[in-house]
Design a binder for this molecule. Sequence first.
Ligand code: TYD
Length: 227
Amino acid sequence: MSLFTQSNNAPGLFISFEGIDGAGKSTHIQAFADELVKKYPKHEIVLTREPGGTALGEKLREILLHHPMHLETEALLMFAARREHLATVIEPALAEGKILISDRFTDASFAYQGGGRGLDLAKLYELEVWVQMRLANNDSGDGAGKRYVLQPDLTFLFDLPSETAESRRSAARDPDKFEQLNTDFFEKVRLEYLRRAQDDAARFHLIDASQSKEVIWKILQEAISNI
Ligand code: TYD
């Protein structure tokens, strides 16, 4: 079955990429998008990211990644940026039948603010429902529309041990606020990602990111053949 026929009450397709910093997801996103263009030449592909993806969201990103703040403030700003992103980019794109690929979405808030920094997951579930709850189109005409929480149709989780990710990060770039945190922090982030994946196994495609770029690219190409 094509993923296009699945969730979100919209004709488009919503794909997210997740993983701890240094897992290598960013390396593959553009190539993945280019490959999808080849397969679906009639669908416009939108490549976006979180935090960010809108003018306001990019300003919030700059603040979030470079300024220390209270943990709950951080979670609220992540979801504020997400609300704007959904309203002005994600939902319009899905309604128009586009394929939208986001470098991170709500799973990252659970992993980083929840798993990594220790924010009570109950609060994150509240924010998730607050920001992503939608009313389904109601065919029955009885006024009782069904509610659902908007999620990506497909999420690629790049998983690898936090020590491996750390050595890749230190070789690659100047760290932002999150990237400066230690291996212990990233192991907790990783475990929360894996818990989310287990909780919603139909949505997640787990990728062993300790493999070579070439092997991972083959896995992604195969995944595209199933989209
Ligand atoms: P990242 O996506 O890794 O971008 P880059 O490749 O440019 O470094 O950086 C975004 C950072 O934001 C990353 O460390 C994870 C963090 N983040 C959260 O803590 N919570 C969230 O909800 C999101 C979306 C990101």
